[in-house]
Design a binder for this molecule. Structure first.
Ligand SMILES: NC(=O)c1ccc[n+]([C@@H]2O[C@H](COP(=O)([O-])OP(=O)(O)OC[C@H]3O[C@@H](n4cnc5c(N)ncnc54)[C@H](O)[C@@H]3O)[C@@H](O)[C@H]2O)c1
Ligand SMILES: [Zn+2]
Length: 349
């Protein structure tokens, strides 16, 4: 036999953001048909999570320490065991309440436990709301490599309440908007201008401004994710700042968070591609990032072109000695420019 079978999988993800979302969650989950869900949350959110678990009639409420170390295969196994012991089954909805690490872990479990159960993400960091919880990528780290094991599986619902963000430290709060600036810089000039207008209020952590900015980020990311289904590689556009940014993050080995590395990485990539990126674009982006509270100077301690180039090649799988990166050629539009050792050195000069 030699025959092809075509599958057409229709999927819908709903995103609900606002100020009163906590109160609406029982109803939002009921609309999905979720009965006695399991809530897995970051332990820093315990008091809120316990109230939430009661409100949604959770059969089980599991607290885990948020942070990269929770994204492990051991945690996947431990969660599977607790789900089975609680009597959960194929119809049980898994609800993740935490930052990107908890959402990545629980999303992965939801996609593999019993070959997949319904999944709801309740992101509690700006980074998770603007980026990590959107688009269906999940996963855990393995053998020291980030996101080595994972799947793509869209959550049925992503819901966020701006009140959850109040307990975030300022530097963590700023991180999501760095990703928003990243997307707007190469995808959307109007949203870039909107972020410029919103920046002072974001810095002051104004709720309305926060919701508007997260809404912009979510719209941009979801447009890319949906387009990527037909136009392969569209997701690569989300990598602006992440070629040099990831190399810097690796070299700093935990001393720098992801958001700052991406901010510094975007500006370095603009300089590396100075023949494609007008100085005015670099400067406007720099001003926005600064207004958002992100660092903009390349830390001298890690300005080692040879080491960064090694890491960038390894991370992004260089072909023929170059790593393709997306840079803005004007605000709101971009092009692929090959990064090589000489360009990287220029970015640090
Ligand atoms: N799946 C994707 O498409 C995607 C995209 C980008 C990033 N990511 C992943 O996201 C992760 C980073 O996300 P993150 O920055 O949200 O990480 P995180 O989950 O580690 O949260 C950051 C810190 O904030 C704490 N925290 C979370 N919510 C809080 C709250 N409301 N108040 C106070 N503290 C709170 C956490 O305990 C942690 O210490 C990485 O693992 C990354 O790989 C995934
Ligand atoms: Zn990122």
């Amino acid at each position: 036999m030699d025959q092809r079978f075509d599958f057409v999988r229709r999927q819908t993800s709903r995103i609900v953001l606002g100020r009163d979302v906590t109160a609406r969650l029982p109803e939002l989950l009921r609309e999905l048909g979720a009965r006695s869900p399991v809530l897995v949350h970051d332990e820093v959110l315990t008091p809120v999570a316990e109230r939430l678990a009661a409100a949604i009639g959770a059969r089980l409420c599991i607290a885990l320490p948020g942070g990269e170390q929770v994204k492990s295969l051991a945690q996947v196994g431990a969660l599977a065991s607790r789900l089975r012991a609680s009597g959960a089954d194929r119809g049980t909805t898994l609800v993740a309440f935490g930052g990107g690490t908890i959402v990545d872990l629980v999303g992965f479990v939801a996609s593999v436990w019993l070959r997949g159960v319904p999944f709801v993400a309740l992101p509690t960091t700006t980074l998770a709301l603007c980026d990590a919880a959107l688009g269906g990528k999940n996963g855990v780290d393995h053998d020291g490599r980030k996101n080595e094991l994972g799947t793509i599986r869209q959550p049925e619902l992503i819901a966020g309440d701006v009140a959850w963000l109040r307990s975030l430290p300022d530097d963590v709060f700023a991180e999501g908007f760095v990703e928003a600036a990243k997307m707007a810089a190469v995808l959307d000039a109007e949203r870039f201008a909107a972020l410029e207008r919103l920046a002072p209020r974001l810095r002051a952590r104004d709720d309305d401004a926060t919701l508007v900015a997260i809404g912009h980020a979510a719209a941009m990311k979801m447009a890319v994710v949906v387009a990527d289904e037909t136009e392969q590689d569209r997701r690569r556009w989300l990598n602006f700042g992440h070629t040099i940014g990831h190399a810097l993050e690796s070299l700093a080995a935990g001393a720098l968070r992801h958001g700052p590395c991406v901010a510094i990485g975007m500006l370095a990539e603009c300089r590396a591609a100075a023949d494609h990126v007008p100085t005015a674009v670099h400067d406007r982006l720099r001003t926005l990032l600064q207004a958002l509270g992100a660092p903009v100077e390349f830390p001298r301690a890690y300005a080692d072109a040879a080491q960064l180039w090694q890491l960038a090649q390894h991370d992004k799988k260089a072909r023929d000695g170059v790593v393709p990166m997306i840079v803005p050629t004007a605000i709101g539009t971009g092009a692929v420019v090959p990064l090589d050792a000489a360009r990287l050195a220029k970015a640090l000069a």
